[in-house]
Every structure is written in structure tokens, then in C-alpha cells.
Design a protein around this ligand. Structure first.
Ligand code: ZN
Length: 228
């Protein structure tokens, strides 16, 4: 046992239970308490229809429901604001495994995390979606293109906006630098976000890539906000 573990025995981040040696930060009971997403769920059907109507997103996959005050909210919050990046990678691995088993995303050329505006990134020090992307790449063995597309608008927080306001907020939020254009043409991408709520952000990003000549766009998120 490392000396550090003697003085500070590793505890579950969420429930404080003592962790067995093979568990990392979150106990298996807490992991298992997070509601998984089923392909036939209403939330999935509504989002799939919305993406299909938009005409730029070919398919999407997500792992868990984001519940207020649930374990996943604690993880997502810690990932965003307390730099507990290990959870991002772990969520990414779960997502990567789901993608690998579904067998529908086999033609991906590269993974693109939803970028933060450079000011927000500087303030936070990292982009949480990049860690999720690394977890996916651990499983799928695809390259991550974190700076292919940039966020030119430092959009306001979307938490209290309506669906319509969200769409307006992220309109023209993304751009591809000229020198990156050749890397987009004819390619198939998986865009990665932490939590998808209305899908407005990811649709706006997908549109820019599609206009630049991307062949196909898939979307993956660690979590979805469940529709009531
Ligand atoms: Zn626990």
C-alpha cells in the first residue's frame, strides 16, 4: 500500500465508501446507479428526429442520463469545475465501448471535441470534452483533432435559456481556420460533447463542418438531459 493511501484511504468521490484497489475514484455501486440510455427511449427518438431534420448529423450515441442531484451531475460538475479529469476519460471509455459494440460508427476518421472559446479555456485550464474524447480514443484508436474547429463567440451560459434562445445563442459560434480546411474535406467525424440538452450547439458545429466539405458527421455525448 502506498504511504499516501495509509493516511488518506481512497474514498468514493460520490458516497465516500472506501474503494477497493481496482476502483478509481468512484465505487461500482455509484457507477451502477447512473441511468443508462436505451436506444428506443423517447429522449433518443426526439433527438434523433431533430438531428435528422437538421440534415447534417448522421447518427448519435450517448451513454447516461444527466439527473439533477444524481451521481452523474456530481461527476460532470467536478469534471467541469474541479478538474477531476479522470472521470472525463472514464466516461469517454464507456462511450467508446458503446460505440464499439453498436458497430454503426466504424468509418470514423477522427474525433473532434466541442471546443471552448479560448478565453473560457484559459480560465478553466482545459476542455472537459477533450478528456471524454481521449477516453473514446483509448477504445477506438482514432486521432483527436482538438483545434480543427474554433469557437469564435464566447457564448453566454445556456442553462437558463429556452430551446429557441439556445439556437440563437450558438448561431455562427464556430469557424474553421483556412489552413484546417483541407483536413475537413471528404472526412468522417465524431463530434464529442459532455452533456447534450437541446442539441443546438452540436448542430451548429456540425453545420460548419458540413459546409466545409465533411462527408459525414456523427455525434457522441457522455450524457443526455432526459425529456420529461
Ligand atoms: Zn460510491
Amino acid at each position: 500500500m502506498p504511504l499516501r493511501d495509509f493516511f488518506f484511504p481512497p474514498l468514493c468521490f460520490s458516497c465516500n465508501a472506501k474503494l477497493p484497489d481496482n476502483e478509481n475514484r468512484l465505487c461500482s455501486t455509484c457507477w451502477n446507479s447512473i441511468e443508462p440510455i436505451g436506444d428506443e427511449d423517447r429522449t433518443v427518438k426526439v433527438l434523433r428526429e431533430r438531428f435528422c431534420e437538421g440534415g447534417v448529423i448522421h447518427d448519435f450515441v450517448s451513454c447516461y442520463y444527466f439527473e439533477h442531484d444524481g451521481v452523474l451531475q456530481k461527476i460532470a460538475h467536478s469534471l467541469k469545475y474541479q478538474a477531476v479529469t479522470v472521470f472525463g476519460r472514464e466516461l469517454g471509455r464507456h462511450l467508446g465501448e458503446k460505440i464499439a459494440t453498436c458497430g454503426n460508427f466504424t468509418d470514423i476518421d477522427a474525433i473532434i471535441p466541442v471546443p471552448l472559446h479560448r478565453l473560457k479555456r484559459r480560465e478553466r485550464g482545459y476542455n472537459q470534452s477533450e478528456f471524454i474524447s481521449r477516453g473514446i480514443a483509448d477504445v477506438l484508436d482514432k486521432p483527436i483533432l482538438a483545434s480543427l474547429i474554433q469557437r469564435k463567440k464566447n457564448t453566454i451560459s445556456q442553462t437558463h435559456l429556452t430551446a429557441e434562445e439556445r439556437a440563437k445563442n450558438v448561431e455562427d459560434a464556430f469557424e474553421i481556420p483556412k489552413k484546417a480546411m483541407p483536413a475537413v474535406k471528404g472526412k468522417i467525424f465524431l463530434l464529442v460533447d459532455d452533456v447534450i440538452t437541446t442539441g443546438a450547439t452540436i448542430q451548429s458545429m456540425a453545420r460548419v463542418l458540413k459546409e466545409a466539405g465533411a462527408k459525414k458527421i456523427y455525434v457522441g455525448s457522455a450524457a443526455l438531459a432526459k425529456l420529461e
